[in-house]
Ligand binder design. Structure first.
Ligand SMILES: C[S@@+](CC[C@H](N)C(=O)[O-])C[C@H]1O[C@@H](n2cnc3c(N)ncnc32)[C@H](O)[C@@H]1O
Length: 268
């Protein structure tokens, strides 16, 4: 596996979403499925029939399709992403589920959202702002495109608030090296202030955390290992040892992981 050149390190947070190796793409597609447990992640957005909803950073489309089911024939969902393959997958999923009329997709090419001012009732953004070049500018765009009375709802991680057992220096080194894949790895704690600065009112914040004892977060940890490997900042032997630590802990039933999600909701 090649390591990134030092110039590439500075843009890897974006590039790794545009050029995705088949193995990682397959892992993302299974990670990003809609699950019943996600209900709590979108509840504050108050989704209802007839709404026009933008899904910012829609990935392969699982959330966008779930939203399309909920908005009914009068509603519409616009999936937005920087990766054209994700947009194609979102559109294909909509076609498969006979939701074509309710779903459209648009490519994000810069900080600006390709939608008119005050044109959507909701904008949702799930696990994306940690990757954008300037989250303050993106949240200002959310404020611009939401209609008065509408809602912007963001959920994201904060990689400084992750708990993993077995913990220790190896985990810390892997996480530090994997930081190349994020523009703002500590975004979770900044979202509230960013929403305030953007002008949102009635801002609600929740932190949702559940204990993973069965390995549900294994694909996330595997991604961290692959990011750390590409960074060239840790030896291959250490990455292998990290992955072995996880497998051993799962076998011995000592594995324990928590990846809190920071939810921030604001009204325009
Ligand atoms: C972790 S995935 C989340 C996908 C989806 N929101 C979900 O939760 O299933 C991050 C997504 O953000 C997209 N992304 C990365 N940088 C972006 C940017 N600057 N603007 C919009 N989307 C971006 C990626 O292409 C990817 O689809």
């Amino acid at each position: 596996m090649k390591h990134l050149e030092s110039g590439d390190l500075t843009t890897y947070y974006r590039d790794h979403w545009v050029e995705i190796e088949p193995e990682r793409l397959a892992r993302y597609e299974s990670m990003f499925q809609w699950r019943d447990g996600h209900e709590a992640l979108i509840a504050p957005a108050q989704i209802a029939e007839g709404q026009v909803i933008a899904d910012y950073g829609c990935g392969p489309g699982a959330l966008a399709i779930e939203l399309a089911r909920r908005v009914g024939d009068e509603g519409r969902v616009i999936g937005l992403d920087i990766n054209p393959t994700f947009l194609e997958k979102t559109q294909a999923l909509a076609d498969q589920q006979q939701l074509t009329e309710r779903v459209e997709t648009k490519l994000i090419e810069d900080d600006r959202i390709p939608l008119p001012d005050q044109s959507v009732d909701r904008i949702l953004c799930k696990n994306v702002l940690e990757y954008v070049p300037d989250p303050t500018a993106t949240i200002a765009e959310f404020y611009r495109v939401v209609r008065p009375g509408g809602i912007a709802h963001v959920s994201d991680s904060d990689w400084g608030a992750v708990i993993f057992e077995p913990s220790g220096e190896r985990f810390a080194r892997i996480m530090s090296a994997a930081g190349v894949a994020f523009r703002s790895p500590l975004i979770g704690r900044s979202l509230y202030g960013m929403f305030r600065s953007a002008g949102f009112s009635d801002i609600q914040v929740q932190v949702l955390a559940s204990a993973d004892t069965s390995g549900a977060l294994h694909p996330v940890l595997t991604n961290m290992a692959s990011y750390a490997r590409l960074s060239g900042q840790v030896e291959e032997s250490e990455i292998t040892a990290f992955l072995d630590d996880i497998d051993r802990a799962l076998k011995e039933e000592t594995y324990f992981a928590v990846l809190p999600q920071f939810l921030v909701t604001g009204r325009v």
